[in-house]
Write a new protein. Structure first.
Length: 95
């Protein structure tokens, strides 16, 4: 089963942590920097997120599934993703 680690876009800094979600096979492949829509919070509100990691796992209990994968033209390049991570870590800004 494919699991993606994502950073939500536009959340306050204290909540800006990596979260894991299941990527359904029907949504196709994603890479680091891809934009996805994920459920967040008790009401499963649709929130945009950036994929930080793609992993294969045997078991992924209690993880929610990605709702949608945005078009590839909206994905961040590896250079832009690295810059966003650098700024997040050094300037106390959220993703």
């Amino acid at each position: 089963m494919t699991v993606v680690g994502v950073y939500l876009i536009g959340v306050p800094y204290p909540a800006d942590k990596r979260s894991d979600y299941i990527l359904p096979p029907s949504l196709g492949p994603v890479t680091r920097g891809s934009l996805v829509t994920v459920p967040f919070g008790r009401g499963d509100h649709h929130r945009p997120a950036v994929v930080a990691a793609v992993e294969e796992r045997e078991e992924a209990a209690r993880l929610k599934s990605v709702f949608a994968v945005e078009e590839a033209c909206y994905a961040l390049s590896e250079e832009m993703f690295s810059l966003a991570l650098f700024l997040r870590e050094h300037t106390l800004c959220a993703f």
